[in-house]
Design a binder for this molecule. Structure first.
Ligand code: TNX
Length: 509
């Protein structure tokens, strides 16, 4: 029997002995947060049929699911022991217990007229410390409720970082007291002229707190020095005039919309035409203000400053900007993250983590730029675009999504790569983790997000969490597709509108 566990746990033994039957009599005892989370998951999975009690009072002989924290083992690890008599989930810390609860939620299965949990022993711990999803709230703004829903989805797959792409040419989405015009003048629209929006500082704090309650940190990104057309709407003195390269004009031609014009909101999908003024001190005052305010409201260790596709900036100017901006962030006590292009700046602050978005088989020297972060011993986050860019079309018929990264991207392609096989010489020890970005040029609603993310986000989760294929029988495409297919009913019960990919043998109950 294949258990519907995604991401695959490090070790699982199942002797096929009698199952633990879920009834209303079952009591959830131990850590209260974990009990509440499990109770909600069981209620969702059983359509409210089973509603276990989280009352810690004595229940006499009634069967128990115990949720405990025992500070032993690696961070975020957990153990599950289930048999006919009881279920015990033990986390090494609160995050580990939370992940054990997510695994237990996936183990709840239909059993005749009722529901049960199979007899299993699971020992599990993550392969990588950083397991991220990114949501672009700049091309299309996504409100707090949508972000919270995406946090729930990602946390259920054991992701622990939410990277918010807060700014881009099309809009600036975070209010900052030091630079109020950014949201007054540069947040009203998005791609296609759709309505924009922005987070107040209270909204942002609400997202941070909600994420923390699901053991996720928020990694805010302000994309600099390119992707800054919107900055020019608010503070024109900081921005260069748009550079209308042949590449940009090609995008304008193929996707429609007008070419960017200084001082006018940009509503197209072109990239690489905007830049801050690199040789003006006012630019670094701006970076210091923005980074300072973001750092102050972000408890997590990271602050992402972009650095991608600065095609309107000379390599020398780009390097100068990256050196200064990463130093500003490091001086604030945060670890800078940049897209891999910034690895071209040899004097980048050495604490900077790089995020690689090239292909699974690197092209155009992108791997060379990524190696800078490895040489500096700062680490790499892998987001190979032809595997884990969740905004790529699923198939030729997809209405949503883009195609540039070797798209369409099948679930099998999203699954069939290994983080340690992307860049020659880069091994697990150099890799901080894996992140699956969702760019939103074509993505307007939570249903759109679900449709693009699921099921491929599960493949990214497995790359980030599960042991490599050499160490696990479960790490095959055949196993993955059947495990994912068995998760369909849980996802449906949680209101997740997954893409019904024909590659997956979806089960109905
Ligand atoms: C590339 S790869 C981008 C984004 C686009 C995305 C669309 C990278 C760091 N930047 O600006 O939104 O492609 O797929």
């Amino acid at each position: 029997m294949t258990l519907a566990l995604v991401p695959a746990p490090a070790s699982i033994t199942s002797d096929g002995s009698a199952v633990f039957t879920l009834t209303d009599e079952v009591r959830l005892v131990g850590e209260a947060d974990a009990a509440a989370a499990l109770s909600a998951l069981i209620a969702a999975r059983t359509s409210g049929v089973i509603d276990p009690s989280t009352d810690s009072g004595s229940g006499g002989e009634s069967p128990v699911i115990a949720l405990r924290i025992t500070p032993a083992g690696t961070p975020e690890s957990y153990r599950i022991t289930a048999d006919a008599a009881s279920v015990v989930v033990t986390g090494a810390d609160a995050a580990g217990l939370f992940y054990g609860v997510q695994t237990l939620g996936q183990l709840v299965s239909r059993d005749g007229e009722g529901f049960s949990i199979p007899a299993v022993q699971i020992e599990d711990a993550p392969r990588f410390a950083y397991r991220g999803v990114m949501l672009d709230v700049a091309r299309h703004f996504h409100p707090v409720e949508t972000v919270k829903a995406y946090i729930d989805r990602a946390a259920s797959l054991k992701f622990n970082a939410l990277h918010l792409h807060l700014t881009d040419d099309q809009g600036w989405r975070i209010h900052l007291d030091s630079r109020p015009k950014l949201t007054e003048l540069a947040a009203a629209t998005g791609v296609g002229g759709d309505a924009g929006g922005f987070f107040s500082k209270a909204d942002y704090r609400e997202i941070v707190a909600y994420a923390a309650s699901r053991h996720m940190m928020v990694v805010p990104e302000v994309d600099l020095p390119g992707h800054t057309h919107a900055v020019g709407l608010a503070y024109p003195e900081l921005a260069e005039a748009p550079v209308l390269s042949p590449h940009l004009l090609e995008i304008v031609e193929s996707h429609g919309g007008a070419a960017p014009t200084a001082g006018e909101p940009y509503t197209g999908m072109g990239v690489g035409f905007s830049s801050l003024k690199i040789h003006d001190e006012a630019t670094y005052d701006f970076v210091a203000d923005v980074a300072g305010e973001l750092a102050a409201m972000t408890p997590g260790p990271y602050l992402h400053i972009g650095g991608d596709e600065a095609l309107g900036t000379t390599p020398e100017d780009f390097a100068l900007f990256i050196e200064r901006a990463t130093e500003i962030v490091a001086d604030l006590g945060k670890t800078p993250i940049t897209w891999h292009e910034a690895g071209a700046a040899v004097r980048i602050d050495p604490s900077t983590v790089g995020q690689y978005w090239g292909f699974v088989t690197p092209t155009d020297g992108m791997d060379e730029k990524a190696r800078t972060f490895v040489r500096n011993d700062a680490g790499l986050i892998l987001s190979p675009a032809d595997a884990v860019y969740l905004d790529m079309k699923h198939d030729a018929g997809s209405a949503l999504g883009l195609n540039w990264a070797n798209g369409p991207t099948s679930v099998e392609r999203a699954y069939s790569w290994d983080p340690a096989a992307v860049i020659d010489g880069v091994t697990d020890a150099d890799i901080l983790g894996v992140e699956a970005p969702m760019w939103t040029e074509t993505i307007r609603t939570l249903d759109d997000i679900d449709e693009m993310a699921f099921p491929r986000i599960a493949a990214a989760a497995e790359a980030a969490w599960s042991p490599p294929a050499a160490d696990s029988d479960l790490r095959t495409w055949e196993s993955f597709r059947s495990r994912v297919g068995a998760l369909g009913p849980l996802w449906s019960s949680l209101g997740i509108r997954y893409h019904p990919s024909a590659e997956i043998p979806w089960v109905s109950e």
